[in-house]
Design a protein around this ligand. Structure first.
Ligand code: ZN
Length: 56
């Protein structure tokens, strides 16, 4: 199952894919902001929700 990175505010899916990407890279690809709600994305504590699903 894929990794999924979700905006914690509006639940917009920022990234979904089978490739595990570092969340900071994903956030940077959006210039640090959610494209939907405009919320500033931060890695910690709860800027985005990251769900690594595979075992490694
Ligand atoms: Zn959002």
């Amino acid at each position: 199952m894929p990794e999924r990175v979700i905006c914690h505010d509006c639940k917009h899916v920022l990234y979904e894919g089978s490739e595990l990407k570092p969340p900071d890279e994903i956030i940077q690809s959006y210039s640090g902001k959610c494209p939907k709600c405009g919320r500033k994305l931060s890695l910690l504590p709860l800027g985005v929700e990251v769900k690594p699903v595979s075992k490694r």
